[in-house]
Design a protein around this ligand. Sequence first.
Ligand code: HEM
Length: 330
Amino acid sequence: MALDQEDGDYDSYVGNTVLTAASTSDGVLGSEQMVDATLVAAAADLVLLEAETLTAHPTRAQAVRVRATARVLTLSNELAPGFALPRRELDALSELLDRWDETSDAGRAHTAHRCAMAVVGQVPSVVRDAVNITLLPTTRMHDEQMFVRCIQIFESLYRQVADRIAQSIIALDSGDTARPLALLGEAANRVRATQGLYRVLTTMPPDAFAVIRAHTNGRSAVQSRPYRQVEDLSAPRPSDGQGPGEAHGMTLQGTLLLREADLGSQPAADIRKVMRELDSAWRAMKRSHWGVTLKTIGRVSGTGGTAGADYLRATAQRALFPLLTTNTPT
Ligand code: HEM
């Protein structure tokens, strides 16, 4: 951040160049698994960061945050199934969550830290190093480090969802319905698991976020490319004059409508169902984002220049596949 404190963008804030370079195949794991390994490494580091803070400052608010981050790590097999962790690594964390009220802050911090360290040990070293050097906050505030890790987790997830939609378009276009069913079902599961991340984000104190915002003007996830890809690959989107404009090209909705008559009625109905599931998970995720935004900054405009919460509320209402929502056969 010393280098681009004044003119940096969202990509540099997230460390996208480094994280993307580190998640190419290492010859053992494919690039999809490496992206999931990045997500897991960021989640484990989030637990380490918060557990260390609980040891130093054992407050109730910090304990709540550690619990939320530990939950995220226990969800990693849903958030990042391509880098599935051995059950034993997560069981100790789930046990801690079950016995949370009977455990002291020191015990909570110790167990959470130990489990997260064990997870970090599973991650390929290139990913671990990339995650270590991409914690580049613009302030000295602890809360910003949590924020950066959350963004990195979401970015990896958006990449995986966009990739699954792109692969589904190609498969569907060649008449294959089995593969898109599996891919889109998995994408929907991933998106559903983001609810755990919003529990972490709701622990962001508004006064702390006000300081972060003052240093991150012009850097906003409205610039996230994989997020935009998810929406652009799903269906043509109307421009609202605030976010990015309409994109053209093949979309999942368009491919389904074009190919539907050849797929057979049951396979086509199954595809429609899984697309609706993905749509509903995506919109639920966006509603949660709107809720967190309202709680944290109220109705002021965003660092990306939109109207802020009101813009997010409007985009959360927009279906990923608008023609499937209105033309759903009963
Ligand atoms: C307390 C936490 C957060 C607040 C207050 C917040 C606030 C906002 C605001 C006001 C916008 C509107 C765009 C702008 O003008 O900047 C926005 C957009 C967006 N934010 Fe967040 N955000 C938070 C956390 C996150 C996180 C962790 C992510 C994960 C990457 C994220 C992803 C996005 C995306 C993808 C958009 C674009 C939405 C769209 O165009 O449909 N946000 N956020």
